[in-house]
Design a protein around this ligand. Structure first.
Ligand code: OGA
Ligand code: MN
Length: 306
């Protein structure tokens, strides 16, 4: 996957890679906002932060944790309740477990969350991992048609649900100005990226979709980030922009074919630019969302695949 692509020796020499290195340590606050600043209202930001954490990582949507643990339910609430993930007891004649072992992640669950001091037997304790650690290590989830990161392609045979209607409507509204005349954007897949302190997204092209005349709608939530937009070659020096919570970017036209990436997110209170969110999560469970988003960024990007 493209997070690791940037470490090869060859890419160290490209103009894009040089810019990534430069902006990794950049600390000037004068850059402009690109795209559609403030595309999402504060209420919409709150809504999509909640969905991104509590509902988007739910099976059958896949996350980066699937490869190791299979489908796991209720990650966010389990982190809030301080649960731990343990292996599910399997019967010897459990046919599904064979498939699980081979296919690793599409069958019945073989890990589940339990109370730390309840069901946890000493046998499980050494193999258990806390939900809050897994939440911090959540890097992506996929909605709609599932993107198979190991093959970097869409796998239409994987079980999936449609993208939630409200997100489809929002994406259609945002995509409209960038659509070919008379055509309507059909959101078929979305990738949700979760960035913690120090995380980056290496320079890449999104080239797995059939029709590049369709835009990608990309929304930023949480901490401010630097977004690099390059050219069609890694040798083109990218331009740098800030993306703040509520901003949207349309990857459309020429830009649809250009290298881009996120070399840096700002998780310190002074530069994260999320004070407007502080008042949004006041309900009983709101603190868990606020705790997360104070040091994280979420990017939802929505695509028409065919
Ligand atoms: C992507 C992507 C950009 C961002 O997921 O393909 O380019 O703003 N994300 O996080
Ligand atoms: Mn991209």
């Amino acid at each position: 996957m493209y997070r690791s692509e940037v470490t090869t020796e060859e890419s160290e020499r490209t103009a894009f890679r040089k810019a990534e290195k430069k902006y990794k340590i950049y600390y000037d606050n004068t850059k402009n906002r690109p795209g559609i600043p403030g595309a999402l209202s504060i209420e919409e930001q709150r809504q999509w932060i909640r969905e991104s954490l509590a509902s988007f990582p739910q099976p059958p949507n896949r996350t980066n944790h699937n490869a190791i643990y299979g489908p796991i339910e209720d990650l966010f609430v389990s982190a809030k309740e301080r649960r731990v993930l343990v292996e599910v007891e399997r019967l010897p004649d459990d046919v599904c477990s064979e498939v699980n072992a081979l296919q690793s992640d599409v069958c019945a669950p073989w890990y589940k969350f339990v109370e730390e001091h309840g069901e946890l037997r000493s046998k499980d304790a050494c193999k258990s991992v806390s939900a809050s650690v897994l939440l911090r290590k959540l890097r992506w989830s996929t909605l709609g048609l599932q993107f198979d990161w190991s093959k970097r392609s869409y796998n239409i045979s994987l079980p999936h649900k449609k993208i939630p209607d409200a997100l489809c409507q929002l994406a259609k509204r945002m995509a409209a100005p960038a659509m070919p005349r008379g055509e309507e954007f059909l959101p078929e897949a979305a990738i949700v990226n979760y960035f913690g302190s120090g995380d980056m997204l290496g320079g890449h092209l999104d080239d797995m979709e059939k029709d590049w005349s369709k835009p990608i709608v990309s929304m930023s939530l949480g901490c401010k980030a630097i977004f690099l937009l390059g050219g069609k070659s890694r040798e083109d020096t990218p331009i740098a922009m800030f993306l703040r919570s509520g901003d949207a970017v349309l990857m459309a036209g020429e830009a649809r074919e250009c290298f881009h990436g996120v070399p840096r997110i700002f998780t310190d209170a002074e530069n994260a630019d999320i004070s407007h969110l502080e008042t949004q999560f006041t309900q009983e469970d709101g603190h868990a969302y606020l705790d997360y988003i104070r040091t994280s960024r979420i990017n939802i990007n929505i695509r028409q695949v065919f």
